[in-house]
Design a protein around this ligand. Sequence first.
Ligand code: BEZ
Ligand code: FE
Length: 298
Amino acid sequence: MATDLDENTITAEAFCRLENTPDPRLHEIMKALTKHLHELARELKLTEDEWMKGIQFLTAAGHMSTGSRQELILLSDTLGLSQLVVAQSHSRPKEVSEQTVLGPFHVEGAPQLPSHGAEIARGSVGDPLLVSARVVDADGKPVADAVVDVWHAGADGFYDVQDPAWKLDESRLRGVFHTDEDGRFSYWTILPLYYPIPTDGPVGEMIRATKRHPYRPAHIHYRITHAGFDPLVTHIFVDGDEYLDSDCVFGVRSSCIGHYPKHEAGTAAPDGSKQPKAFYTNDSTFVLEREHAANAAE
Ligand code: BEZ
Ligand code: FE
């Protein structure tokens, strides 16, 4: 133990206080955190006022967070930390689908729906969209009975969970499908549009103070799981969206940009239905990575 520590000698002393940490990974993380925080403060010559502003910012982010609003994850997302961790956690052989951020709007227990024929908009107004998708392995073989969680924002830019009156059993624009024998599932919904991340909290203040825009390009979220495969968390973005190259949370992978062609009113849709309104379609293929391959690459 030591006294008279200055802005340089304090770092080694702080490391000594961590030496009895029994969990080696926790010890490594705490040491690196201490090292980088001290370096940051020295490099910036951080003032006491600035330190206090940082504390107040994190405190406000904590107060803002609830079960359905995670301001600290939003902070991580907007600083690029979430996508960095996703990118370094998956080996990403080029034949398998790329992973992106989960985001704060996924909920467990969304309605279970049939593999084909469901309509998930459930009253959300927008342009009809038929998604037809297939889940395969890296050899192109169908993955039957994969669990596919789907969620996306409405044309107003909001997820159903952002409505204070939202109830799980009245969910819209989300659902859970099981792939059929041929690895396929399909559903009707509405075409998503770009939308802003929530900006009514401290992260919004940070976005405004740094003159960034808060938008995410239009996308549909997918989480696909099946025993024996690495879970896939990804999006299918809408091609042509103006925010594809400046996603506020850094999540766009070019391999995840999908094609959503428009079809005229009165045309037959791929599911055989005749559509009275103009509609869009999207065909997507998701390629899962075998679990042992994912683990071996780590
Ligand atoms: C989303 O796409 O739902 C999302 C992801 C990260 C931050 C905010 C929203
Ligand atoms: Fe989203």
